[in-house]
Design a protein around this ligand. Structure first.
Ligand code: LLP
Length: 449
């Protein structure tokens, strides 16, 4: 196959499916192996080293536009969930596309402001906001704070009054709806920490109505992540719309939006369908939003950036042990936690296919835990030390969840756009990891008196 032709399977877990995953990522097979927006991934790996995250700006734009197109007939705004990938270059891209942003910490607000977002375009979600975070975000003039408990609401009211800032509030409701996703990322059934329970929403709304510094502008939900079926959105939104009607009947006249959260899933498995169809979602959301007479706010993270990123890694060693074949690579669970934490599937492909026969291997990292793997029992072509692999669909919750475990510097991040590429976060130096630590604290204290 020549340049511009999608690569078929490499003896992996499904030839046709793998081609779809590569297309989702905006990857093509050229004479130098996998190409992202005209740039060979092998060149990036050579020049930047591995492990390295590489993001395709054009794929992010494509996803954003697909969502915008699907929701074109519905008054709406997209607030990108910063937690999925908070690199400033990604945030700037989202800002330039016209997105707002959804935050889960004051730290994320600082990033968003640094990337150019107006404070008014930001929504602050999260179950455990601290008083310092409320202070910082309210003083910045944040667009909306989604509260998750009555106690938080009271604290927010006190902060807004002290700072003399009228603050827009969304009540994040727990709609008690079950979703079909990994239990760790399902966030909308009863008995979990998220959202204000249905029977406390009225009390929250009354509190806001009676508070001179709070305005109830949204009713919000977030069902969970990696959802592929719009049905739970319909069910939960039905409950939210009933709530909106009840609130209006009780005299609430300040509502400005229905916040449906994020959660739109993508394709990870080679043989899987193409992820959440945004038009199918729009088809269930549109009529309900119209019934409520409110514009929609969306908080997608993964849908916008997940497919757009790959994690490049180099093969260090091979080993046969206990009847299994291992490929030991230089990326580990500290770089990409999802396989270890959720048993998540990330398709692994050769950066430059060598055409060797395939067989089952475990792809594992250097970290001292048996749970440190990128893939188990994966059919991969025989690879040699020094060759490079790419873990696909790593743009969301990849770098963002990485850590320094085992005193490993976090990976470099690179963005590719229209034939150009740039490092947008250099690899962390090992020295920087312990530069602020003190080996002998008490000696230091006595030195200073
Ligand atoms: N809004 C709220 C309030 C959220 O909690 C989340 C994600 C989002 C929006 C964005 O969800 P998305 O559109 O990306 O599904 N680390 C996990 C995912 C955790 C998601 C947490 N909340 C993973 O790697 O799959």
């Amino acid at each position: 196959m020549g340049e511009g032709v999608l690569m078929a399977g490499q003896g992996g877990s499904g030839a046709g499916g793998q081609a779809s995953l590569l297309a989702d990522a905006g990857l093509l097979l050229g004479p130098d192996g996998l190409m992202m927006a005209g740039v060979p991934l092998a060149q990036i790996a050579r020049e930047v080293g591995t492990p390295a995250y590489v993001y395709n700006a054009e794929t992010i734009r494509r996803q954003f536009r697909a969502l915008e197109a699907a929701f074109a007939a519905i008054p709406h705004r997209v607030c990108y969930a910063v937690k999925a990938n908070s690199n400033l270059a990604v945030l700037r891209l989202m800002h330039d596309l016209g997105a707002g942003a959804d935050l889960v910490s004051a730290g994320e607000m600082r990033r968003a402001l640094a990337a150019g977002f107006a404070a008014q375009s930001l929504v602050f979600s999260g179950v455990g906001k601290t008083v310092d975070e409320l202070d910082e975000t309210v003083s910045a003039g944040i667009g909306q704070v989604n509260v998750e408990s009555l106690e938080e609401l009271k604290l927010l009211g006190a902060v807004a009054a002290r700072l003399d800032r009228i603050t827009s509030v969304g009540i994040r409701v727990n709609p008690d709806v079950t979703t079909d996703t990994h239990p760790y990322i399902s966030t909308s059934h009863g008995g979990i920490k998220f959202g204000v329970p249905h029977d406390q929403v009225r009390a929250a709304a009354d509190y806001i109505r009676d508070h001179p510094y709070l305005r109830l502008t949204a009713v919000a939900m977030h069902l969970g992540s990696q959802l592929l079926d719009p049905a739970p959105y319909a069910e939960a939104l039905g409950k939210l719309v009933a709530l909106v009607k009840a609130l209006r009947a009780a005299g609430v006249s300040t509502l400005e939006s229905l916040d449906i959260g994020g959660g739109l899933g993508i394709r990870y498995q080679p043989e899987a369908g193409p992820g959440m169809d945004p038009s199918a979602l729009a088809a269930v959301v549109g009529p309900l939003a119209a019934e409520a007479g409110l514009p929609v706010t969306m908080e997608p993270g993964r849908f916008l950036v997940g497919s757009a990123g790959v994690l490049l890694t180099e093969v260090l060693y091979r080993k046969h042990s206990g009847g299994r074949d291992f490929v030991i690579v230089d990326a580990a669970m500290n770089d990409l936690l999802r396989p270890s934490l959720y048993k998540a599937h990330h398709e692994i492909v050769e950066v430059v296919p060598a055409g060797r026969p395939a067989g089952p291997v475990d792809v594992v990292g250097p970290i001292c835990e048996t749970g440190d793997f990128l893939a188990l029992e994966r059919i991969l072509p025989a690879v040699e030390p020094g060759e490079r692999l790419a873990a696909l669909c790593a743009g969301a919750y990849g770098f963002a969840m990485s850590s320094n475990y085992n005193t490993r510097g976090r990976a470099a991040e690179v963005i590719v756009d229209g034939g150009r590429w740039a490092v947008v976060r250099p690899r962390e130096s090992v020295d920087s990891l312990f530069a602020s630590e003190t080996a002998d604290p008490f000696a230091t204290l006595s030195d200073n008196g």
